[in-house]
Design a protein around this ligand. Structure first.
Ligand code: GLN
Length: 476
């Protein structure tokens, strides 16, 4: 990470970043650019350096903030119309910590609205394009953040990962991304998606940079009751068995692109040449992970999104008339207040948000709760237990992040099930609250030009985040 010091000024770092942002405008990476305040902060840092005053570990480093992190700079929209105009009175805890170390936010990045998606096509502001091929998706939901790092617009970017939203876009754009152990970084001040699997993390150009960011951002926070006691860098789980596993069910999956299978095999032989024993694991409960995730997560979404009513936040409808469902249906007549809720939510949410709210309310409704939500919760427990068992015999598990490299824009966006299938290899990690690091593992070599990045993930037991990053360094 390039940090401002006597030979590199903060102003020059920020200017270079703003130039890159301008250069890659057509990729639709940013929802907001913070040019003037960023330059002002850089000047302050340069003054301090000149006077010999101490500066933070991220002095003058330009970074991008996924637009679901609250900060006082710019609107926080989560790329959803219903939050347009939202000016936050607070900074997320994570933002406070980064800024305290001198990092400078140069812009907010595009995402699938409310982080629902795997391609950034569900954004109110239109899709972000892949760093390597503008006809392909950036991945999602943190597509903007991944592309911002891949194209050197910033040194690092923040992300959230509820079911793969850091790892999958990282792998589609050839950068590193960490999805920490659940509870490692405070979620305070970040727009909630599914509270039991949401985690904050980062995109960067190396595992060492991710480690520094984790040192800074992790830690217990009284404002987030689910944040863990401090452990990062002090009470880390050791990975000393010299054994790496791979999941038989993933490797044998017909959905897995042959190039990714080869990339995985190559990394496993690299690990072997470094003295690791390679173990085949069977984790049969993973078969239920995707179904369980797409029950549990919409249930939590339906609850978390119920607060957006047109009264408390930002966007409000202009029409208080009842929407015309059917002219003969008199029961659709509503009060003005009901219409305000209804029309605000109809106009303010994207299709995908509405789909999840409907699924979520369905699986929680009486009569269906036992058949869906309770079963999914049980499957989740099985998945947790299988991982726990696996980590008795291996240090970490190497796996693809997604079954394929970046797909074409428009290819899956109108087919929700095929979009959800993208997440089959990433969601088990979230259901079990485990840490995982996505890292680049070569690129496609077929006739397709330009070549597309391939990404893998290394999954570890809870609280092994720091050692997992070290292990990744051995594999790149
Ligand atoms: N693609 C997954 C989903 O749509 C994960 C999203 C995320 O991690 N925010 O739910």
């Amino acid at each position: 990470m390039r940090i401002a010091n006597k030979s590199t000024s903060a102003v020059s770092l920020i200017k270079a970043s703003l130039e890159k942002i301008e250069k890659h405008k057509d990729k639709n990476i940013f929802t907001f650019i913070n040019a003037e305040p960023a330059l002002k902060k850089a000047e302050e840092i340069d003054k301090k350096i000149k006077k010999g005053e101490p500066v933070g570990r991220l002095a003058g480093v330009p970074y991008a903030l996924k637009d679901n992190f609250l900060s006082k700079e710019g609107e926080t929209t989560a790329s959803a119309r219903i939050l347009t105009g939202l000016e936050s009175p607070i900074d997320a805890t994570c933002v406070e910590k980064l800024e305290a170390e001198g990092a400078i936010m140069v812009g907010r990045t595009n995402l699938d609205a409310f982080a629902h998606g795997s391609s950034t096509e569900n954004s109110y502001f239109g899709p972000t394009k892949n760093a390597f091929d503008s006809e392909r998706v950036a991945g999602g939901s943190s597509g903007g953040s991944a592309v911002a790092v891949a194209l050197d617009c910033v040194e690092f970017a923040t992300g959230t990962d509820t079911g793969g939203s850091i790892r999958q876009p990282a792998s589609f754009n050839g950068v590193f991304g960490i999805k920490p152990t659940y509870g490692t970084i405070s979620r305070y001040g970040v727009v909630a998606m599914a509270s039991s699997t949401d985690v904050l993390g980062f995109f960067a150009k190396s595992a060492a940079d991710l480690d520094l960011l984790m040192e800074i951002a992790s830690g217990h926070d009284e404002k987030d009751m689910t944040s863990l006691p401090d452990f990062y860098g002090s009470a880390d789980v050791e990975l000393g068995k010299k054994k790496i596993g791979f999941v038989k069910e993933f490797v044998e999956s017909p959905a897995l692109a042959p190039e990714l299978k080869t990339a995985l095999e190559e990394k496993l032989s690299l690990a072997k040449s470094k003295g690791y024993e390679i173990i085949e694991l069977t984790l049969p409960a993973l078969e239920y992970a995707l179904a369980a995730y797409y029950i549990i997560q919409p249930a939590e979404v339906a609850s978390n999104l119920s607060r957006y009513d047109g009264i408390r936040y930002a966007y409000r409808t202009k029409t208080l008339k009842s929407p015309k469902i059917s002219s003969a249906d008199k029961s659709s007549e509503k009060t003005a207040l009901e219409n305000l809720f209804l029309n605000t939510r109809s106009e303010g949410f994207m299709r995908e948000n509405k789909r999840r709210i409907m699924i979520g309310n369905f699986v929680l409704s009486s009569g269906f709760y036992d058949a869906y939500f309770l079963k999914a919760a049980k499957a989740r427990t099985l998945i947790i237990q299988e991982f726990e068992k696996a980590f008795k015999s291996v240090d970490a598990i190497l796996s693809p992040v997604a079954p394929n490299p970046a797909f074409k824009l428009g290819e899956k966006v109108n087919d929700p099930v095929s979009m959800y299938l993208e997440d089959v290899m990433s969601v088990p990690v979230n259901l079990a609250g485990l840490p995982a690091v996505a890292f680049p593992a070569g690129s496609t070599t077929s006739e397709k030009t330009p070549h597309l990045p391939l990404g893998l993930q290394l999954i570890g037991p809870r609280r092994s985040d720091k050692n997992l990053l070290k292990l990744v360094e051995e594999l790149v």
